[in-house]
Design a protein around this ligand. Structure first.
Ligand SMILES: [Zn+2]
Ligand SMILES: [Zn+2]
Length: 357
């Protein structure tokens, strides 16, 4: 059965032909913008009534289409701004740490603490930069456009291509994404089969980096805060402009890293729970509904894609032997994920929901 969109696009082509044949033409034998808009609107309006596939969902979809279009385009545009923001904010924190925090650590801390800060700080920074770069630039995996031998669950109404299991359409990327988790504006990219590990590792390392910065700079922050408070005393203490800049930089560093640590930490924990369950964010919503539906008829829902908590983590990180926990989790690694994202070990059917009553 052809989707209403396909039917609608045929109507649009007919509309264009009708406009070309329209007898009420301007001096240049071209319809005016008003005539074009009127005929376009008429076809849209009529298509809602005369299309045999029309139902209330279609009507509401059509009414909200401009809003969807606006939201999708704004999100796409904001994605670029958000990526620039992540790069700018992270760079500013790194610059402040190098110029303000590290010199103080080197001057005042004992040697073993200096080594710890240099070693941990740089390892964390390298992981943040690597995983963010890979999460932004790695394609999450698209649904195959040409005909191929894959078990198809359904057909995408928008792309008109087969959708393998766990694949969902992203209206912002305007394509079907393999094992789609969500569209992340901070990456300006979808999180899917091929970049899920990069996304999650970035969240973990960024949270760890922010916690590290806020703990390391805590005492300096309180000193800087007290100094800034004293600016308003009479007579004001004599601080040079460099000292004032130093105080404000530390204040900015601590407030930013603490806020990000809390917000991103919460998101990271949520994704860790999903990974443990073997679910994506999209599947979480679908499975919750399915779980509720089956409970009402006395059955228990089992997620067909979970391989057990520990195995789910091993699959995400591509851990096949013990040393991989270091080489593939703690160090930057470009190894691909297990599988092609088209087929899965367990069939994507709900038949293994078992009756427990
Ligand atoms: Zn699609
Ligand atoms: Zn997307």
């Amino acid at each position: 059965m052809r989707s209403w969109r396909c039917y609608f696009s045929r109507l649009m082509r007919l509309s264009v032909r009708w406009v070309r044949l329209c007898p009420h033409r301007g001096q240049n034998n071209r319809p005016s913008l008003l005539q074009q808009s009127w005929s376009y609107g008429r076809v849209v309006f009529n298509s809602l009534y005369f299309n045999i596939l029309t139902n209330w969902d279609t009507v509401l979809d059509s009414i909200f289409e401009p809003i969807y279009w606006l939201v999708d385009n704004l999100t796409r545009w904001f994605g670029v701004v958000f990526v620039c923001l992540v790069i700018a904010l992270t760079s500013s924190v790194v610059v402040i740490v190098y110029l303000c925090v590290l010199p103080l650590i080197v001057r005042t801390y004992p040697a073993h603490w200096i080594l710890w800060h240099l070693g941990y700080g740089h390892w964390n920074l390298v992981n943040i930069v690597f995983h963010y770069y890979k999460a932004v630039t790695t394609s999450p995996g698209r649904s195959p456009q040409e005909k191929c031998e894959i078990p198809t669950v359904t057909i995408c109404k928008k792309c008109i291509v087969p959708k393998p299991a766990r694949t969902h359409h992203c209206s912002i990327c305007n394509t079907c994404v393999l094992k789609m988790d969500h569209h992340c504006p901070w990456l300006n990219n979808c999180v899917g089969h091929f970049n899920h590990r990069y996304f999650f590792s970035f969240c973990v390392y960024m949270t760890m980096g922010c916690i590290y910065c806020s703990i390391s700079a805590k005492d300096m922050f309180f000193d800087a805060y007290n100094a800034i408070e004293s600016y308003y005393q009479t007579p004001p203490p004599q601080f040079t402009s460099d000292e004032k800049l130093f105080h404000k930089s530390l204040l900015y560093l601590w407030v930013l890293t603490s806020s990000v640590a809390v917000a991103l930490g919460g998101l990271t924990i949520w994704h860790a729970v999903l990974i443990t369950r073997g679910e994506t964010s999209v599947e979480r919503h679908i499975n919750r509904k399915e779980r509720k539906r089956l409970r009402l008829i006395g059955k228990v829902f089992r997620n067909p894609y979970t391989q057990g908590s520990i195995n789910n983590w091993k699959i995400l990180f591509g851990v096949e032997k013990t040393s991989h926990w270091i080489s593939r989790v703690l160090l930057p690694s470009t190894h691909p994920p297990r599988g092609d994202g088209l087929t899965w070990d367990c069939p994507p059917l709900r038949q293994d929901a078992v009756n427990t009553i």
